[in-house]
Design a protein. Sequence first.
Length: 160
Amino acid sequence: MIIRRASKNDIDAIWEILQSVISGGDTFVFDPTTPKTEMLDYWFKEGTFIFVAETNQSVVGTYIYRQNQPGLGSHIANASYAVHPDFRGNGIGKTMCKHSLQSAKEDGFTAMQFNIVVSSNSSAVHLWKNLGFEIIGEIPDAFNHRELGLTNAFIMYRKL
């Protein structure tokens, strides 16, 4: 697997991955019907570091990180990860997270924080814990899960 900076040539592949993730309504906060332009505007927002994971010259995952807060909070990164559904369970998320931790550190960030990890997303919670993240808070009814209704979410954090 190769992880590299995303280019404009990756937009359609990134959209396909993001659409598959948000359509489930169970992990990302975006409405499952979020239009392509709106989602890509968010993913490619100015100040965002955008990467893709490739296997056999196909984009199978994407991640971003950016400042979690402006100004005096700008030293903490925030990240999001998405893996194509056909490639889940192959360690792509783990590899992208490890890459993002190193890359964010090289870009001057001192920590990474996930603002909303859906508590029912046990595979993500388990993965992030295994990569050194701690749950530092729980937000009641923070996520309107498509199947479970209002669900708690965790704030997860780790130093870089």
